[in-house]
Design a protein around this ligand. Structure first.
Ligand SMILES: [Zn+2]
Length: 287
């Protein structure tokens, strides 16, 4: 199996077809690594823009890509055809730093070709997610590629970061530093219909309490002090965070406002609970 580390540069443009902004790919870069993580091949191509007429100045400054580069590039369907050919029939896993690249690749494919999926990619892994796992960094922490390199003690000198090929080379360096054949496979996803469905799915909070997705047995509150079921004082009503009601625990003489959130995910309903104590009437700190 080969590892393909992919990186894209894109330009945010208005797409009339979708009446909204789309990140149009302007450069595709990738490196291919063998099972010993040695680089065996590289891929780099500019994509001639079709949706956007002008390059955002932010993109121009960050990437140093100019209009002429794009003029000399290949139209997206051709560039993708080249990429597909480059991967060939090899058993592979595509990796990218965060799943943004794969989302953008999918949205560009939908917008600019007749394709609906990325049929040429058979396995995918989010390298940023793997990095967080291996280095015990949290989601909240800045883990851009450059920051990750710093954590791993890698020198970005000699790489022109924010360019597709060099970003993928540097990401490959990071991958080499953290790769463990024992745990990596659990980060690999087969790119089937479910994978793409999940990738594109936008989770939503359920606001209708009578929805069949709301399990009424989940509408309860356990006293945060004693852990026993507290008595419901008000009807459940929907507030922005979820369903909300007030509770009273006779045992502890404590009042609380509780929230239960039902979030519809691609193939499940996620339930989250939170609560806040209601201070007794006339108590301190109520001034
Ligand atoms: Zn209690």
């Amino acid at each position: 199996m080969v590892f393909i580390i992919l990186d894209l540069e894109w330009n945010s443009v208005y797409g009339a077809k979708i009446r909204g902004y789309i990140n149009e790919i302007i450069e595709i870069g990738a490196v291919m690594l063998d099972e010993e993580l040695r680089e065996i091949d590289e891929f780099s191509v500019f994509v001639k823009s079709k949706i956007g007429k002008r390059l955002q100045s932010r993109v121009k400054e960050m990437t140093n890509i100019n209009k002429q580069d794009l003029e000399n590039g290949y139209p997206f369907p051709e560039a993708i055809g080249m990429f597909q050919k480059w991967i060939g029939a090899r058993e592979h896993v595509v990796l990218s730093w965060g799943d943004g690249d794969i989302r953008v690749l999918l949205s560009n494919t939908r917008y600019l070709t007749a394709g609906r999926k990325l049929s040429y990619i058979s396995n995918y892994a989010d390298l940023q997610k793997y990095f967080r796992y291996r280095c015990h960094t949290s989601k909240a922490q800045q883990t851009g590629l450059a920051a990750a390199g710093e954590i791993l003690g890698l020198d970005p000198a000699g790489y022109s970061l924010h360019r597709a090929l060099d970003d993928s080379r540097f990401a490959a360096q990071c991958f080499r530093a953290i790769y463990d054949p024992a745990d990596f496979p659990s980060f690999m996803h087969v790119c089937d219909a479910q994978f793409f469905g999940e990738l594109e799915y936008k989770p939503r909070i359920i606001s209708d309490i009578h929805s069949p997705l709301v399990d009424p047995r989940q509408l309860y509150y356990l006293c945060r002090n004693c852990g026993k079921a507290a008595k419901q004082q008000t009807e459940w009503r929907f507030a922005s965070r979820g369903f909300q009601a007030e509770f009273y625990c006779e045992r502890c003489d404590l009042r609380a406002k509780a929230w239960v959130t039902f979030k519809k995910m691609y193939s499940s309903v996620e339930i989250k609970r939170s609560s806040r104590e209601i201070p007794p009437e006339g108590s301190e700190g109520k001034k």
